[in-house]
Design a protein around this ligand. Structure first.
Ligand code: HEM
Length: 352
């Protein structure tokens, strides 16, 4: 998609390409200057404590003026073995998010008053970009994340089923190579003293944030078994590779999470929240690395086999950060959390 001006960078769509199956992208009639999503999580060795704190945070988040118009919650265990309870919260525009974040109650949460009082770790990673720097791909009847927001209208699109389709779905890519501000990932000489502290990290421009999800909830016995046997192990291997090879992949952070209901019980759907130095780094893994190719070829084989009867549901949303994007904030975290191992952090005033 481009805005009608002649493209500077060509689309990758092969001439005459017909999408193998109908997929949809979100359109936004309210024309926001910037979208806003907050990925945040609380963790502790004892998951119950983190789960209770997240439930209280979500209650506060929903009661504050300019509350998010959509959110979902998820769980995962991090590399330190800590149970993380996290949420993805969505706003129709950046101004509404900023007003919400500036309310006194949310300010208390953001500064980590509860986290420090209960020795929880809290990560707070807002993502806000112009809609021209974002893309979504979804099935019409299975909407999650940005596609599930009340302000998202799904439209069928043609940019699917070939390499480079994700970039073609990002309107800004017609005029901007969306390059990395930091082209190679390198660990800091000394990890920051993060436990007990409140730290802010400026995410580099060009950072590509992907939420890539899958649901097996609607699968009957045969396709459920096929997902568990043929797809899930390949997905796990791919995520394992990204977590173990951040420098090679240019992937500073990768969280593989399972969605949870309001009581924190796990659902039959999951997603990966990944940060890559640029869209190009993300594309390189997807197109060239054997771990994604294994997932992709298996998924394509299942699509071919089941066609309209395919029951597995997948989606993703990608954001490419601009210069001056909101900072990520970490309270009382392990120094291996999020962007902390790779980008300089500055200390923020502790919670009062
Ligand atoms: C069950 C899990 C997954 C399945 C079944 C899957 C399958 C696929 C398929 C079929 C496509 C082509 C989509 C189209 O254009 O129609 C694709 C593209 C892509 N996938 Fe995956 N994938 C999975 C997980 C992931 C994860 C976890 C990530 C990143 C962390 C990822 C990153 C990408 C990217 C960036 C593309 C776009 C490539 C491009 O358009 O050039 N995928 N995947």
């Amino acid at each position: 998609m481009s805005d009608g001006r002649p493209r500077l960078f060509p689309s990758s769509r092969p001439a005459g390409h017909v999408p193998p199956i109908v997929r949809y992208s979100s359109r936004f009639d309210h024309a926001p200057e910037r979208l806003a999503v907050l990925f945040m999580g609380l963790s502790a060795p004892d998951g119950n404590r983190a789960g209770r704190a997240l439930a209280d945070f979500l209650a506060a988040a929903g009661a504050a003026p300019d509350a998010p118009c959509h959110f979902d919650r998820a769980r995962f265990t991090d590399a330190e073995g800590r149970a993380n309870h996290m949420a993805a919260l969505y706003w129709p525009d950046r101004d509404a998010f900023d007003r919400w974040a500036a309310t006194p109650l949310i300010g208390e949460w953001r500064r980590g008053t509860r986290a420090l009082a209960e020795d929880l770790a809290q990560w707070w990673e807002p993502v806000s970009v112009a809609p021209q720097r974002a893309e979504t791909i979804a099935f019409a009847e299975y909407r999650r994340g940005l596609s599930a927001c009340p302000f998202s209208r799904l439209e069928p699109m043609e940019e699917t089923g070939y390499w480079g389709a994700a970039r073609d779905r990002i309107p800004a890519a017609a005029f901007d190579p969306l390059e990395a501000e930091v082209p190679r990932l390198a660990p800091l000489d000394a990890p920051p003293r993060a436990r007990g502290a409140r730290l802010a990290v400026r995410p580099p421009a060009g950072l590509a944030v992907i939420r890539s999800g899958v649901s097996w909830a609607a699968c009957g016995a045969e396709q459920r078994e096929s997902y568990a046997r043929n797809v899930k192990p390949k997905l796990d291997a791919g995520m394992d590779y990204l977590r173990r090879s951040p420098l090679d992949a240019g992937c500073p952070s990768l969280r593989q999470v399972v969605l949870a209901d309001g009581d924190g019980r796990l659902l039959e759907e999951a997603y990966s929240l990944g940060h890559f130095l640029s869209l190009g780094h993300l594309e390189a893994w997807a197109k060239h690395h054997p771990t994604h190719l294994a997932i992709y070829h298996r998924a394509m084989a299942e699509r071919k086999k089941y066609q309209a009867a395919l029951e597995l549901r997948t989606y993703n949303e990608i954001y490419v950060l601009e210069p001056g994007a909101p900072e990520f904030e970490y309270v009382n975290c392990d120094p291996a959390t999020g962007l902390l191992p790779y980008f300089p952090a500055r200390a923020l005033p502790p919670a009062g």
